[in-house]
Structure formats: C-alpha cells, structure tokens
Design a protein around this ligand. Structure first.
Ligand code: SF4
Ligand code: SF4
Length: 362
C-alpha cells in the first residue's frame, strides 16, 4: 500500500527498523594481559543489571549477538584454542570487534631488545612471546571500538605510580588521546580499581546499542569517562554526607560519621559507587566504612597517598564548615527534641482539647 504523505512516498522509504545502520553480530576480544591483577575481569562477573549471562545469551532486546572472549570466562581449552579468535582478528577474519584492554601498558621502548614486561601468547614461528604492545599495535587500528577496563588500563593505576620500573601507562597515553576507532569512537575509559560491575556493563551495553545503530555514541568527558557515571563526586552520593554538613567527624574507623579526618577523599573524587553500591546495590566504600582513596582517578594512587591521612584540603574545609555545622547541629537537636513529642491533645480524658471548633454547626 502506498500512502501519499505529500512530499514522501512512504512505500519506498525504509521503516525505522530497516533504516538503522548497525550490526547484528559483534565480537568482544578482551585482553587482560596488561599490568593488572585481573580484578576487572573478576569484578564484572558480579554485574546483575545486566549480567554477562544476559549479554551473551542474547536476552537484552535490541543488542547485536555478542561473542565474548575473556580468559576468566572462556570455555576454551586455553592456549592456542583461546588465542584463535585473536589471531583471526589479526588476519582480518573477524569484524566488527570491540577490543577491551585490562591492565596498564608497559613501555617496551625502554627495554627494547632486552626482554618484555608482559605478553599474550607466542609467535608460532619463533616461539618468542608476543607482547601486549604488539597486540594493541595490530588490533586497535582494526577494532570497531576500543574500551579500557579499570584504572590500570585507563590511566596507569597502581603499576604506573612514581618510581615504577616499567614506565607503564594508560591506553590513551599509549595510543594517543585523539585515537579514533574504526567505528569513529574515542577510547572509552571505564576507571575503577576494580571497575564497578554495573558501571562497566552499562557502558558496554551503550556501546553495543550504538553498534546496533539504535543509540548515539556514549557521552564521554575530557578524560574519556562516561559522563553519566563519573560526573558527580563520591561526597555527593555518600550516606555520611549529612555528618559532614553538620561538622560531625569520625575519629576512628568504627564510627558511622564522616570519615574526612581519617583519610576520605570523597569530596574531590569522581565516582558513583556510594550511590550505586557494589554488588546488587550493597556496599559502596564510605557507606560501609571504607574511606575513598580515589581509585577511579587519573592521579591515583600518587595524588592520594599516604592513604588514611587526612587530605590536605580536608583540614581547611572542615575548619570552614565547623561554625556553621556545629550551630546547625545544635539547632536541629532542639527541633528534633520538639518533634519527638506528641501533641498535648493526644489524651484519653473526657474533654476534647485539640482546638476543634464546631462553630459551623446549627
Ligand atoms: S565519608 Fe567521605 S564522601 Fe562521605 S561525607 Fe565524609 S568526606 Fe564525604
Ligand atoms: S568510592 Fe573512592 S575508593 Fe571507592 S570505588 Fe569510588 S573512587 Fe574508588
């Protein structure tokens, strides 16, 4: 049937579903051979909204079929069996694919010809280890999207701290902050030590909806983090923030009060974990007694050490908030006592004292 819409012949136009340009199937090649503890691979197994199972079983409407390759979750026999899809991608036989890097990237140039820092499989011809750098150099330019999982892969993390011998760095430091994937995306950074499970899955799902042609690219900030996840501070989502506002500070780690004086950096750290919790909404660092040490931040860990010392700005800001906080806390205490009393007309005497006035009655 043709419907004349004035300027368009609707019969010849694709429907909205047909019009989308996207992929029906996509492969995720996850390499966790960066300098790391594999904690991000372990952490994302805890995701529930959505779970990895939902993703790989195709239970999320509108997503492409996902072929996930991750060594922690691999049903392969390991060795060459596990490496097969990575080698196929090198030959151009798998496309499109999303390259996920876990762990920081060492600087091979400082030891060139004198060994390697970290490797992923061997060269079949020479038997020599293939470095992580070798794989990134070859796979990143072919990848439809490139995702850095965890603070080590995003900004270097623990391994890249001052005095380290590896010269390691984050993926954007290695590939360049202006790197663009085959899909036209910058590197997508999901920091966290480790990644908060749903933070990673939510970002991955957004990238996959974009791959399906049904969502715009994920909005990223200047450090290439998802804006909707890292746009607020820990402090802004912390269960203990009311204690801070009332200048009521913990002196030890057993206290339920604000932990800024025992080392919490939450007021200046971009992270949604106190809001989101850790697993199934439970946990979230300061909410459950752990100071925030800034593990999602590009300056982590050096900028936040020594851990458990009061942050330098903390003593000034708490000094400023003290007069207001102490006064308001006292006022609220008085009001709290007032509103904790029942009105005096709640009694069982034979006279009504509530102030009810039946003057309108005839
Ligand atoms: S515990 Fe940390 S994040 Fe929570 S209110 Fe205190 S300073 Fe802010
Ligand atoms: S609250 Fe702080 S320590 Fe906890 S995950 Fe977020 S940045 Fe890391």
């Amino acid at each position: 049937m043709t419907i004349d819409s004035g300027t368009h012949d609707v019969a010849t136009e694709p429907s909205r579903a047909e019009a989308r340009e996207g992929f029906d199937e996509i492969t995720i090649l996850w390499i966790s051979e960066g300098m790391s503890c594999d904690g991000d691979s372990v952490s994302f197994t805890a995701a529930g909204q959505p779970a990895i199972e939902d993703l790989v079983l195709g239970l999320i409407p509108g997503l492409p079929k996902v072929n996930l390759h991750n060594k922690v979750l691999s049903p392969s026999l390991g060795g060459e069996d596990f490496l097969a899809p990575y080698r196929a991608a090198l030959r151009g036989e798998i496309a499109p694919f999303i390259l996920v890097i876990e762990g920081s990237i060492p600087n091979q140039k400082i030891i060139e010809g004198d060994g390697y820092w970290t490797s992923f499989g061997n060269d079949p011809e020479t038997g020599e280890p293939l470095t992580l750098n070798w794989w990134i150099d070859r796979l990143a330019p072919k990848a439809w999207a490139v995702v850095a999982a965890g603070t080590c892969a995003t900004y270097g993390g623990i391994h890249a701290m001052a005095g380290n011998p590896t010269g390691c760095m984050g993926l954007a430091d290695y590939l360049g902050w202006d790197f663009t994937s085959q899909g036209g995306l910058p590197i997508v950074n999901v920091p966290g030590c480790p990644i908060q499970p749903e933070n990673f899955m939510e970002t991955l799902v957004w990238v996959l909806y974009h791959a399906a042609g049904s969502a715009p690219p994920p909005p990223l900030d200047q450090m290439l983090r998802p804006q909707w996840l890292f746009g607020k501070t820990v402090h802004e989502g912390c269960d203990r923030a009311a204690y801070y506002e009332q200048a009521d500070f913990a002196r030890d780690y057993n206290s339920p009060k604000c932990q800024v004086k025992v080392g919490c950096w939450g007021p200046v750290v971009n992270c949604n974990v106190p809001k989101r919790g850790w697993m199934a909404g439970i946990g979230g660092c300061p909410n459950v007694g752990g100071i925030c040490i800034g593990c999602t931040m590009p300056g982590f860990p050096d900028a936040f050490m020594p851990f458990m010392d009061e942050p330098p700005g903390g003593s000034f800001s708490t000094l400023m908030v003290k007069p207001y906080g102490a006064f308001v806390r006292r006022m609220r205490g008085i009001t709290n006592a007032v509103v904790n009393r029942e009105p005096k007309w709640h009694h069982n005497k034979p006279v009504l004292t509530s102030g009810y006035d039946p003057h309108w009655r005839p």
